[in-house]
Design a protein around this ligand. Structure first.
Ligand SMILES: [Fe+2]
Ligand SMILES: [Fe+2]
Length: 349
């Protein structure tokens, strides 16, 4: 993708991102071949630069299409990330974002998320490519929907939950980039600023007039803790909305299992163990237990890297000790409950 100045030279070039009007309606979808009338319209609307698909983007896309490598859910995630990038850049430049844009982003992924059992596989693809906050927001949305599905929530609620997940960190648009992208640890003052993102987010989402107050609540409360020591309001567990509790669990899970510049990603079982331990004071235990059920349900069939370097296939989970499953390596079956010297270092979906 290249950012180019809006001039007549862009005629016949392909638009790299969706363009919306001030009320949030989609004006020109990504992929539009630009004509002189589009250029004039965009100049009138005050655009001076545009994202244009480069030769390399087009080559890569046609390669993917012919090799059939990219699966539809991964593609949907990628387009959702593009939409969210547009949405966030509009928010940070003070433009109005309408409910349509948020709904459109969740609609892109919602049907396939409901139907796909192992979404972690697709989230791994997404994590390879995109900026952290964007991919993290889509991941949190998708993992929250999965937890909500296990809680047997009706579809309408799942969609609202998904929208809250997409928007949970939108307040980070208002945090100065040098704090947001800092590699080292934050100073006390920077940390206090960072902790304002749920409030900034709440204000942004209020402006969007999404019609369901649960989205605003979840954005505001996703860093509150069970023991009342979270932020920004230090709410007691009984005052935290269920949606906020779900997003908090998905948020921690995604952060732990993602690669960051200052630390490597945590292996799936280790992350689950940490989440279970912290669930007493921090996260809601019932929601954590749903995430655990979900993660355990998608592990059989995945490859497991053992501490001795061997790679095997997970055949069956031991429910009372999930981090020690039954593994098959070649013809051999190893029950990790009985081989205490071996453990799973990582799971490759
Ligand atoms: Fe956050
Ligand atoms: Fe987050």
């Amino acid at each position: 993708m290249e950012i180019m100045k809006v001039t007549e030279q862009l005629v016949d070039h392909q638009l790299g991102r969706n363009i919306y009007d001030d009320s949030g309606r989609l004006l020109l979808p990504r992929g539009t071949i630009l004509q002189m009338s589009h250029i004039n319209q965009l100049l009138n609307m005050g655009y001076d630069k545009l994202a244009i698909r480069s030769e390399t983007d087009l080559d890569n896309e046609s390669e993917n299409e012919t090799s059939g490598e990219t699966n539809p859910l991964t593609q949907a995630f990628t387009v959702a990330v593009d939409n969210l990038r547009d949405l966030m850049s509009k928010v940070s430049t003070g433009h109005l974002v309408g409910p349509g844009e948020v709904e459109e982003t969740i609609e892109l992924v919602f049907p396939s998320v409901l139907e796909t059992n192992n979404i972690l596989l697709n989230l791994q693809d997404l994590r390879r490519k995109d900026e952290y906050t964007l991919q993290h927001s889509v991941s949190v949305s998708v993992v929250s929907i999965k937890i909500g599905q296990l809680m047997r929530m009706p579809q309408h609620d799942l969609k609202i939950l998904g929208m809250a997940g997409i928007l949970h960190d939108i307040g980070k648009c208002k945090i100065p980039l040098d704090i947001l992208n800092k590699n080292g640890s934050l100073s006390e003052e920077e940390f206090r600023e960072m902790q304002k993102h749920p409030i900034y987010g709440y204000e942004i989402v209020k402006e969007m007039k999404l019609g369901d107050p649960r989205i605003m609540l979840a954005v505001l409360q996703h860093h509150e803790h069970q023991d009342g020591k979270g932020y920004p309001l230090k709410l007691a567990a009984s005052k935290i909305h269920l949606f906020s509790k779900i997003i908090a669990v998905a948020d921690v899970f995604d952060a732990m299992t993602s690669e960051r510049p200052y630390r490597g990603k945590m292996a799936l079982f280790k992350a689950m163990n940490e989440i279970l331990t912290s669930s007493v004071n921090h996260l809601n235990p019932e929601v954590v237990s749903k995430l655990r059920t979900y993660v355990l349900s998608i592990c059989p069939g995945a490859s497991a890297l053992l501490n001795n370097g061997d790679v095997g296939r997970i055949v069956m989970m031991n429910t009372d000790e999930p981090s020690r499953p039954l593994i098959q390596i070649g013809e051999q079956f190893i029950n990790l409950r009985e081989h205490r010297d071996l453990w799973v270092k990582d799971i490759i979906m």
